[in-house]
Design a protein around this ligand. Structure first.
Ligand code: ATP
Ligand code: MG
Length: 389
């Protein structure tokens, strides 16, 4: 071995890469120790064995293609190959190889393989991590959207509540102002004619009732929110209750210039339920019908006894409810916005109505056409008729 060869061999042995020569059949003819150690072998173990024996099957195609290129082009060719060590470990090499030729005949192949296993695994891990990161980001964004949605609902509720407070303060101030105003006038003028005194008293009474009604609404809301509403049940004649509410509202209907058409059965129909609360249900629906119908309009109230239910329909020829608002009218504080012709209210009446109907295991539905009118249909399960002497 010449001095040059010796030095070259020293250099080969010092290298951490896999450096080898294959003969023209593809078998190892020379390989450096550190290189063989990368595959847990000694150079002696590899000598004479075919290169392909150590190639992981998943690299077979690459090797076939790369060897073809090396032999045909005669150029330095770079490719990546996964090999299997003596103990079954996967070792990934980045190979740079060139064909060895003697007098135009290929005698073998010289190659240098750099162990890039770690780099590849790190890259794989990084890819894995980046997939996980994308996933985490997606989860975070879904969570964030959910949180946003939650806060939008809460904001909407807070907005409705604020609106309600300002509405109710406004609504309370008006009757209070007339109560105070008219009572002051009554007190300050003892000589006021009798009929005028009566008229003022009536106004005070009416406004006080309005105020009491509003306060009741707020109290009911607290009960609704606290899930506290309880039915005070008894068997009672629902037809009588309905007629009473209608009678109570007749003056208001007349005052507003509305016609009332009633079709109520004459016989008694018994319901097992809360008499007072069901009376408030009818009151709420009839007062809405009056409130949302202009002078000249008509209110129709009909009732009939069905097989197992008592059905009440309260219809009006009023302003109607836009289709988009229909699903919301039973929600707390919800009032249809009618710019220019805002009709006062707190948006609680129907919440209470529905709650009470639900507690009676009844059903309430609504049909409405804008500017044509609205119909509310209530179905309540019938009770047992009490045997009375
Ligand atoms: P409150 O009854 O608490 O004084 P309100 O009448 O505005 O206030 P609800 O009775 O709960 O509230 O009704 C909710 C909304 O549904 C009303 O603001 C109104 O826009 C609409 N609405 C209810 N009944 C009718 C009806 N008969 N015709 C037209 N719109 C109606
Ligand atoms: Mg109402």
């Amino acid at each position: 071995m010449s001095k040059g060869d010796e030095k070259f061999n020293l250099l080969l042995e010092a290298s951490d890469d896999l450096i080898f020569i294959l003969d023209n059949k593809g078998c190892f003819r020379q390989v450096n120790s550190n290189g063989a150690a990368l595959l847990d072998y000694s150079p002696k173990d590899l000598f004479g064995r075919h290169f392909w024996e150590f190639v992981d099957p998943k690299s077979d195609a690459v090797i076939a293609q790369s060897f073809h290129e090396i032999l045909n082009s005669g150029e330095l060719t770079t490719f990546e190959v996964t090999m299997t060590s003596k103990f079954g470990r996967e070792v990934i090499f980045q190979m740079t190889a060139k064909a060895l030729k003697e007098k135009n005949k290929i005698t073998g192949l010289l190659a240098v393989g750099k162990d890039i296993t770690k780099i590849r695994y790190e890259a794989e891990r990084a890819k894995d991590l980046s997939v996980k990161l994308v996933e985490a980001k997606r989860l975070i964004s879904i969570e964030r959207n959910r949180a946003n949605q939650r806060s939008t609902i809460l904001e909407e509720l807070a907005r409705l509540k604020n609106e309600f407070v300002s509405n109710i303060s406004h609504e309370m101030r008006t009757p209070l102002a007339s109560i105070i105003g008219f009572s002051e006038t009554l007190v300050s003028d003892p000589e006021m004619p009798r009929d005028m005194q009566l008229e003022f008293n009536n106004i005070i009474l009416k406004e006080s009732k309005r105020l009491a009604n509003l306060i009741n609404n707020v109290l009911d809301l607290n009960k609704i929110e606290g899930g506290e509403i309880q039915l005070n049940r008894s068997n009672f004649n629902i037809v009588k209750i309905l007629n009473e509410v209608i009678e109570r509202n007749k003056p208001l209907i007349k005052e507003k210039g509305l016609t009332l058409v009633c079709d109520i059965p004459v016989e008694e129909i018994f319901i097992n339920g809360d008499e007072e609360k069901l009376s408030q249900v009818f009151e709420g629906l009839i007062s809405n019908a009056i409130k949302f119908t202009d002078t000249g309009g008509r209110i129709a109230i009909s009732a009939q006894s069905l097989y197992k239910e008592f059905e009440i329909i309260i219809s009006d020829t009023g302003v109607g409810i836009p289709e988009k608002d229909l699903p919301n009218i039973f929600q707390k504080f919800y009032r249809v916005s009618r710019p220019g012709t805002e009709i006062p209210g707190t948006g609680l009446g129907l919440v209470f109505v529905k709650q009470i109907v639900d507690l009676h295991k009844g059903l309430i539905t609504v049909n409405s056409d804008i500017n044509m009118g609205t119909s509310f249909v209530i179905k309540l399960p019938k009770g047992i008729k009490l045997v009375t002497k």
